[in-house]
Design a protein around this ligand. Structure first.
Ligand code: TA6
Length: 283
């Protein structure tokens, strides 16, 4: 790695992966160079880990890390629009090594910028530049920016597929969503967002709403999730059967996590010379 780490950052190992560990006055965080994958964020004001990481996560670079903040790009899920069913779910940048291009300490945190080894891949032919900027402060700010360096427009979908820690999904509520959602478990039929929003089964929903503030209420604690640049919020919990079927997830792992994903799930066209930024802020 060429870029010099700031005084609050250290290069460490997580399994076989190189991770940048940040420890400043406001928080600690860990970002794997593999996938530019944030795997931990702990604000010092309450010392509570905000992100869930599977204890069975594969940490050898052979598969995207289960947990933390996977980056889905240049498509979310299988929304690449191509007939090629062999294209990887959630695109191809979450399982490649990124490079650190900036790491600076500021008066209220540490700012890191990473870029992928390549934005080229099967299923996408745009001339794109992609970067993630991460600010580790009292809050965790994540900006995923796609720029069109070419002479023709291209379209993407994308997501910050964040796995949040919960003490028990059976006692967890989600606040701030409204309107309708498309339910993947029911052949994408559309339903009205429930209130209260509780969890009792596999949940895999694309909420077609631009709510910019939602919160996870989990007994006495709450996690605030702010979003921008999105057209939807995805809510996922695999529940028990899927958890048991996933090699990189412990059987009861579903009880301790909830994905709330800031996403663009409807094609976003980016014109030549233009850029799009997807933002998620975790408090
Ligand atoms: O965001 C929800 C989802 O698309 C689910 O359908 C499920 O596939 C999840 O992402 C995890 O996907 P992954 O490829 O990381 O196992």
């Amino acid at each position: 790695m060429q870029t010099v780490l700031s005084s609050s950052a250290r290069l460490q190992k997580l399994g076989q992966l190189d991770v940048i560990s940040v420890n400043n006055d406001q928080a600690t965080a860990q970002i794997a160079l593999f996938g530019a994958h944030i795997v931990s964020f702990v604000p010092k004001q309450d010392a509570r880990e905000r992100l869930w990481l599977s204890s069975d996560a594969i940490l050898d670079g052979s598969k995207a890390i289960r947990g933390g903040v996977p980056i889905c790009w240049p498509w979310f899920s299988d929304s690449h629009g191509k007939p090629d069913l062999s294209l990887p779910s959630h695109g191809y940048v979450r399982d490649q090594t990124w490079q650190l291009s900036e790491c600076v300490d500021t008066d209220d945190g540490t700012e890191l910028t990473l870029v992928p080894g390549t934005t080229k891949g099967r299923g996408f032919d745009g001339d794109a530049q992609l970067s993630i900027k991460i600010k580790v402060g009292a809050q965790l700010h994540i900006w995923l920016t796609t720029e069109n360096l070419g002479s023709t427009p291209f379209s993407i979908t994308c997501a910050l597929h964040t796995y949040f820690n919960v003490t028990d999904i059976n006692h967890t509520k989600l606040r701030g969503l409204s309107g309708s959602y498309k339910d993947k478990t029911l052949n994408w039929q559309q339903f009205t967002t429930p209130e209260p929003y509780t969890f009792h089964q596999e949940t895999d929903r694309i909420h077609l709403c631009r709510a910019n503030k939602v919160s996870i209420e989990d007994r006495q604690q709450g996690t605030l999730i702010e979003s921008a640049g999105h057209d939807s919020l995805v809510v996922w919990n695999p529940w028990s059967t899927l958890s048991q079927s996933m090699q990189d997830m412990q059987d009861d792992g579903y009880r301790y996590m909830l994905c709330v994903e800031t996403a663009v799930t409807d094609n976003k066209e980016i014109a030549p010379g233009q850029a799009h930024t997807l933002t998620q802020i975790i408090s």
